[in-house]
Design a binder for this molecule. Structure first.
Ligand code: FES
Length: 109
């Protein structure tokens, strides 16, 4: 059974912008795109770089360190040097609050 975790207020993140948010057991990046809100693990899958310090272009997020891009709709990595996909969390929005839903198998970071 999934558990629901509050992330932040939608109104705290301007459209076409993103920010990193620390939750109890993981750090995530929240992207407010024209086509919706996406929440992913904060760190690039290549090395230690916070994706919220990179660039957001539509639903593509670009790592600030070596430039790999990830598709926030799927988590797929699009460019070298990163090889592993990004973890993307299911999102719901209630009133102005963004929630993610975790499975029991989701590992703490
Ligand atoms: S740390 Fe992100 S591409 Fe290298």
């Amino acid at each position: 059974m999934q558990t629901k975790h509050r992330v932040c207020h939608l109104s705290d993140i301007p459209i076409r912008d993103m920010r990193c948010v620390s939750l109890a057991d993981r750090n995530v990046v929240v992207a407010h795109t024209d086509s919706g809100v996406y929440v992913a693990d904060e760190m690039c899958t290549h090395e230690d770089a916070r994706l919220c310090d990179g660039n957001l272009n539509g639903t593509l997020i670009k790592c600030p360190l070596h430039g790999s891009r990830f598709d926030l709709t799927t988590g797929k990595v699009l460019d070298d040097p990163a090889e592993d996909d990004l973890v993307i969390y299911p999102v719901t929005i209630e009133n102005d609050t963004i929630f993610i839903h975790l499975n029991p198998t989701d590992q703490s970071l």
